[in-house]
Design a protein around this ligand. Structure first.
Ligand code: NAP
Length: 301
């Protein structure tokens, strides 16, 4: 918790956390930590955005070096990891400091920032925020964090304050980004895109709102169960089913593709799903569960 913020620009201040990058997300991180009782100093390339946080109790700092050197934990939330590397370039000594880049990066950028930090005597955690700024500071907020387990334990209270559902994704520094690729990037984006396809079709045909909402709720409940089943099946390597086979899903996808196209609507997302299912059928997996398509989704599959 707070070590007690003292003074502002230019003084030898001591804060719990320095936030580097005060855009929409960085500002939410800084405000949330202050609300939770942490002392927070903030630096932003465009100083006015850091200054705007003063009313919320965040201490704006014009000098990057001063902000960096005044807190044991530096949360970097610039647009890209490259921005953070550029911004931190003047820092030669990071001993006693943990840097956590929590913007959107990649496993490679996580490794680069970790190497950069360790070369300067500091420690590095890599984070991925899987929430909107308005979810920061709520039980639903999530920061996925990868890196040394002891380092995670030391800073865990800060991450749990930023998002009550935050968790440690393992010691491999690339893990937070790999999980984000699999689930935020691939699953959520594709799911929302296919929902947009279906919702556009339903709205365009003037289908009743009540029916759309009922089907949406039912679909989300079904996803919750079926996604867990897919993960379990893939982990067990077991794809037998007495419920619904790849052949049944492929048939449904082909019919939906045809109807959407006949009415002149986009069917690109369902076509992509059908392509995977057709590949599974061609591989002789027709009578197995939806999860069996994992066999044709691997490298070389
Ligand atoms: N907003 C969300 O819902 C959300 C959700 C999850 C993750 N994220 C991630 O959080 C990160 C920040 O997003 P945001 O929504 O806060 O974006 P934003 O509002 O556009 O803010 C971007 C931040 O990056 C800084 N920046 C950009 N280019 C820079 C450069 N060349 N050198 C130094 N600083 C630079 C900006 O500084 P200036 O003010 O000087 O331009 C600002 O602080 C991104 O990686 C984003 O993917 C955002």
């Amino acid at each position: 918790m707070s070590t007690g913020a003292r003074g502002g620009s230019g003084e030898s201040s001591s804060y719990d956390v320095a936030v580097v990058g005060c855009g929409l997300m960085g500002a939410a991180l800084a405000r949330t930590l202050v609300k939770a009782g942490y002392s927070v100093v903030a630096w932003n390339r465009t100083h006015s955005r850091a200054e705007a946080l003063a009313a919320d109790g965040v201490v704006p700092e014009r000098s990057l070096e001063a902000a960096f050197n005044s807190a044991p934990l530096v949360l970097a939330c610039t647009l890209t990891p490259e921005n953070t590397q550029e911004v931190l370039a003047p820092i030669n000594d990071a001993s006693g400091t943990t840097i956590a880049f929590v913007g959107s990066g990649s496993p490679e950028s996580a490794r680069e920032l970790a190497q950069w930090t360790v070369a300067r005597g500091g420690d590095y955690l890599d984070g991925v925020i899987v929430s909107y700024p308005e979810d920061i500071g709520t039980p639903q907020g999530v920061v996925v964090v990868a890196g040394d387990a002891a380092l995670w334990s030391r800073h865990e209270p800060v991450f749990l304050e930023l998002g009550g559902s935050s968790f440690h994704a393992g010691e491999d520094i690339g893990n937070a980004n790999l999980l984000a690729t699999a689930f935020s990037g691939a699953f959520i984006v594709a799911s929302l895109a296919s929902y947009a396809e279906g919702a556009t079709f339903a709205h365009g045909l003037g289908l009743p709102l009540d029916g759309i909402q009922r089907m949406t709720r039912q679909g989300i409940a079904l996803l919750a169960t079926r996604c867990e089943e897919i993960t379990d099946n893939i982990h067990r390597g077991h794809h037998a089913t007495d419920q619904a086979t790849i052949a049944t899903f492929a048939d449904g996808a082909r019919k939906s593709m045809g109807v959407l196209a006949a009415y002149g609507y986009s069917n690109r997302l369902v076509a992509a799903a059908q392509e995977n299912l057709a590949a599974a059928e061609a591989a002789g997996l027709s009578e197995l569960a939806f999860s069996a398509q994992t066999e044709v989704l691997r490298p070389g599959g």
